[in-house]
Design a protein around this ligand. Sequence first.
Ligand code: ADP
Length: 411
Amino acid sequence: MKVLVLNCGSSSLKFQLIETDEQKIARDEDVALARGIVDNIGSEAVLKVDLPSRGTTLRETAEVLDHKAAVSRALELLTRPEAGVLADPAEIGAVGHRVVHGGERFHASVLIDDEVLRAIESCFDIAPLHNPPNVKGYRAAREALPAAPQAAVFDTSFHQTLAPEAYLYGLPYVLYERHGIRRYGFHGTSHRYVSARLARHVGREGDPALRVVTCHLGNGCSITAIRGGRSVDTSMGFTPLEGLLMGTRSGDLDAAAALHVMRKEELGEREAQALLNKHSGLLGLSGVSNDMRALLEAEAQGNPRAKLAIDVFCYRLRKYVGAYAAALGGLDALAFAGGIGENAAAIRERALHGLEGLGLRVDPERNAAANGVEARISPEGAPVAVAVIPTNEELLIARDAYRLVAGLPLA
Ligand code: ADP
């Protein structure tokens, strides 16, 4: 089945066309036929489609005023003869949507009907930046592909297995009841994909006792403790702001410090949101960049603030690994994923430095050689298996959409 995977942001549409079915999944042969983006929706947009099997990329600019036009353009590009991946949009058997927030309602991916749509819309209040564009993408795809069933795959649903002691904040309970203030967690599709691959990598697929920690380190960063494939704790919270230091987000912070800064700097809510989400983290601390590659280069050239930002990043990560080993009562395996986790050997080594007492060791040669591919980086016989596991959220979205349409259980 050809599945169109859509990830709609406020001004961008990322899409992939993935061919998948049960045999292909079993053999890991389900692959992206095309990966594309329509960026800068609302004005002169940039369109790009990579075609892995042809080794080519189609690029152009066009006026794309809204998400509906973006989906039409994406389908138009995919059906061009020179793309060679789709003769007719009617070949698309399902559409899988990345939906950021499923609140407490969604514990797994679902096919979207009117009732599901209303439930996603009811999460607008707690995810005002993310869910509205996701719904725009759904409406656009439904119009363009009326015959294709559409599935919602939530960033939050994997973490709905958290126990109350892990998801509640120390606030008056009535605020949880009245406004849903709790830890939801995000990046769930990535943590679910990476933890399943890690379980397979260590030969313990389906083992209910397997204790793993997955570190998703991209522009946004989060870490999750997982027992037997079920999320036990995760670092992002009510919003994706909490937890690890990120490219431009502060991560953990005393709420009173934020209130103090708002008063001292005379910031309104919008400005405070921008400060914490867009101007903090690696960028805010270093004053150099939000990009780990640039920071590592600046550090190598002797920039002390770049070093400081990287030190805070690695220390915070190390602290969470220890906390999650405690939450799980021990650790069997740990995985690194995301742009930083998959490519930055130095960060992996620095983050786990000093955790030998927890059984976490990194083999310097294996670590240096593991770049962007699945690979074990702990030494042979180490108590905890440490691995690089490249994430692939789109693949999991396509598999979920296919299985929902085929009436198969979700893995
Ligand atoms: P997103 O969360 O937007 O999907 P990515 O997962 O692509 O982002 O991660 C982006 C981060 O990965 C950036 O900080 C980037 O510098 C970092 N990164 C990518 N490649 C490397 C590399 N070779 N070394 C260090 N950091 C890298």
